[in-house]
Design a protein around this ligand. Structure first.
Ligand SMILES: [Zn+2]
Length: 206
């Protein structure tokens, strides 16, 4: 199999599918495609929709997925400005064998300005936790204005709200972690599948 980009750039599959990363759940396998020095890792998930697993990734820059409905990016304001930060739950899960310094180096090599904490990005030094959409403690919805979804032409509907999940449900999430000013309670990761109506309402009021 190959992945073709812009009808001429062909990435060919190099190896057999790899096993999922240790410590992750919901992943089926990883396929590797190469063209010269560039590599595409295709992470295949077992669930119907990859949004249920992207919040396990170590960096916001990786919190994107492609499905049969379209392309989704959870933190486009960061990602499209080449910025990223460490997922608080990944930073706090010791013993998973993942070296967060290696993560920062890897993302820097790829041209990203990666920080251990969101608040270390100078433009967000002062922000309101729980309200600022890029803050890890803010409750987000896949339907809110800070997320990006590009539906495929073939599944576009007349509705203002395209199918992102399965037509019936949506997902709300918060990466959690300590408050950015260091004062207050630690919150856990929230990743909930809710009826699409509730996801839309959450997206509009938050
Ligand atoms: Zn914050």
């Amino acid at each position: 199999m190959a992945i073709t980009i812009d009808s001429h750039l062909e990435f060919t599959e190099q190896t057999q599918a790899l096993d999922p990363f240790p410590g992750y759940s919901g992943f089926r396998h990883i396929r590797t495609f190469c063209k010269d020095e560039n590599t595409i890792y295709l992470v295949v998930v077992a669930d119907e929709n990859a949004i249920n697993v992207i919040f396990q990734f170590h960096a916001t820059a990786d919190m994107n997925f492609l499905s049969g409905y379209g392309l989704f990016c959870a933190y486009p304001n960061l990602t499209f400005n080449n910025k990223s930060y460490t997922n608080p739950s990944a930073a706090d899960s010791s013993g998973n064998g993942y070296n967060l310094k290696m993560l920062a180096k890897k993302l820097k090599r790829r041209g990203l300005e990666h920080r251990t904490r969101f608040v270390e990005h100078s433009q967000w030094e002062t922000h309101v936790c729980g309200t600022e959409k890029n803050c890890p403690t803010t409750l987000r919805s896949m339907y809110d204005e800070a997320a990006l979804f590009v539906p495929f032409e073939s599944v576009r509907t007349k509705s203002w709200s395209p199918t992102m999940y399965d037509g019936k449900n949506g997902v709300v999430w918060s990466l959690g972690g300590p408050p950015c000013n260091g004062r207050g309670l630690y919150t856990d990761l929230i990743n909930m599948t809710v009826p699409v109506y509730h996801a839309e309402v959450e997206g509009h009021i938050s």
